[in-house]
Write a protein of this length. Structure first.
Length: 257
């Protein structure tokens, strides 16, 4: 009974047309398969859950007291993506959606603490001290990047991934790619949100493909073809203005990488 229900939910995930549809099916799958019990339990051999639990309790206590200096000190002790091993890939392959609740709670608490330190209520800490902390934190923590491969027809998968991330407001600022991935990266990097909304519409992409010399024409048959370099540059140039990196960053508020 459970097996048939999870199979049906897996089918719902595969057939989902939006992220919200997929998310609902994924959460339902985790409940039906019993994975939510694993999520609610702190224990794991893949990360130091006792340390994360201790850090979480400390941050909550200090933030509740509005002790800005102590919160800053606590965050200074360790702020990076794999603190106490919570970035282990094994923690993100068990459930269809999310991971250990302890990790989610800790990350959310860190976000709330950072927002508090960045707000006017923390003006008891000198601005230059706070700015120095945020610069160091950004360097230690790093930032997300989307790296897209080549391989011709994968260009369309890249477009789908970019659109899904963009619609959820989580498209990284740093983009890189090769071949088809470079085409998608350059298109996204030189267009603002208003342009992207129109460009990423399936109808507009299909119309572009039907043009005799459309940008995506060579990928339409889903088979590799050899194209001259100047031909690719000419077609790509129709959708990618002649921007310098600085201009691109200024006009789109997105890093061109």
């Amino acid at each position: 009974m459970i097996f048939s229900a999870t199979k049906r939910l897996e089918s719902d995930m595969a057939d989902a047309h939006t992220y919200d549809e997929w998310k609902a099916a994924a959460i339902a799958h985790d409940k039906k398969s019993g994975v939510t019990r694993w999520q609610k339990s702190d224990e794991s051999k893949h990360f130091d859950y006792t340390s994360i639990r201790r850090r979480l309790r400390r941050l909550r206590r200090l933030r509740a007291k509005n002790d800005h200096a102590a919160v800053l000190f606590a965050l200074n002790e360790g702020l990076h993506g794999n603190i106490d091993g919570m970035g282990s890939s094994a923690l993100y392959g068990k459930a269809q959606f999310s991971t250990k609740k302890l990790i989610v709670d800790y990350v959310n608490e860190v976000v709330d603490a950072l927002q508090m330190l960045a707000s006017s209520e923390a003006d008891d800490i000198p601005m230059d001290e706070r700015l120095d902390f945020f610069r160091r934190a950004q360097h230690c923590y790093g930032c997300s990047a989307l790296m897209m491969s080549g391989a011709g027809s994968l260009l369309f998968f890249h477009i789908g991934v970019v659109k899904a991330l963009w619609l959820e407001g989580v498209l990284p600022s740093v983009l890189s790619g090769s071949s088809g991935g470079a085409v998608v990266g350059s298109l996204v990097g030189v267009h603002d949100d208003e342009d992207l909304e129109e460009m990423l519409e399936p109808e507009n992409l299909a119309q572009e493909m039907q043009r005799d010399e459309g940008l995506f024409r060579r990928f339409e048959a889903f088979r590799p073809e050899v194209a001259k370099a100047e031909d690719g540059l000419d077609r790509g140039g129709r959708k990618t203005p002649d921007f310098a990196f600085a201009e691109c960053d200024h006009d789109t508020e997105r890093l061109c990488t």
